[in-house]
Write a protein that binds this ligand. Structure first.
Ligand code: PEP
Length: 249
């Protein structure tokens, strides 16, 4: 019933030329894949060329951030209108690196979710607990707060077009992956929160897993009932490894 969404997050990596080279290779590797949505999150500078590079293929492009106003005196920022105008389809929001290094709060992330929806793109809302939260038994509580606050005032109709990425912070870029059972347990808790907010729409909502997902562990994670895809950092930088994850889905 839900379509797996496999999304890469390049973070602050790749020049335009490198982006186009990777996407050209990736397109060839995944051209026969059906029934999986394939997305690459690229830095702002590469977005325009990235969109052109995947034109006519089954790969779509995400931005990794946005400012929640359509235009104005916000020096250095990029608006949802600008992203939409160049053909960006998804925006990654609330990544733990943005929460930590740029002090993004749930309220600010909520403004971004609304702005991205209003511009007609799909937000990928990242949530996840830190190691100290997990060790203190606060995993469910932390994720519930981030989901509820990040999706505050969102309607069930709007929620149909929102993706949640569950990314345990302790598993991002560390090589440590949540076991499939551990990830499934948290995905189920998150879906329970979504059900209490949006009713039956929760069954349609994609919840991706992120945190050191790679070709070797993707199939097992993606086989879990409430895991509907992945948000992939390190293993999305090379076309071959990312394509293997797509094929595992
Ligand atoms: C991420 O940054 O969203 C991520 C999951 O990174 P990695 O796959 O490298 O752990």
């Amino acid at each position: 019933m839900r379509t797996n969404v496999i999304a890469g997050n390049w973070k602050m990596n790749k020049t335009n030329a490198e982006a186009v080279e990777m996407l050209t290779e990736l397109k060839g590797l995944v051209k026969d894949v059906e029934g999986v949505k394939i997305v690459i999150g690229a830095p702002f500078t590469a977005l325009s060329d990235a969109v052109k590079a995947v034109e006519g293929s089954n790969v779509e492009i995400a931005a990794e951030n946005v400012y929640p106003k359509s235009s104005g005196a916000y020096t250095g920022e990029v608006s949802p209108t600008m992203l939409k105008a160049i053909g960006v389809k998804y925006v990654i929001l609330g990544h733990s690196e943005r929460r930590e290094y740029f002090c993004e709060t749930d309220a600010f992330i909520n403004e971004k979710v609304k702005a991205v929806l209003a511009a007609g793109m799909t937000p990928i809302l990242c949530v996840g607990e830190k190691l100290e939260d997990r060790e203190a038994g606060r995993t469910a509580q932390v994720n519930e707060t981030q989901v509820r606050e990040g999706l505050k005032d969102i309607t069930a109709e709007e929620a149909k077009n929102i993706i949640i990425a569950y990314e345990p912070v302790w598993a991002i870029g560390t090589g440590k992956t949540a076991t499939p059972e551990m990830a499934q347990e948290t995905h189920k808790e998150i879906r329970d929160v979504l059900r209490s907010m949006f009713g039956a729409v929760a069954e349609e909502m994609v919840i991706q897993y992120g945190g050191s997902m790679k070709p070797e562990n993707a199939a097992e994670l993606l086989a879990q009932a409430d895991i509907d895809g992945g948000l992939i950092g390190g293993a999305s930088l090379e076309a071959a490894s990312f394509a293997k994850i797509v094929l595992a889905a």
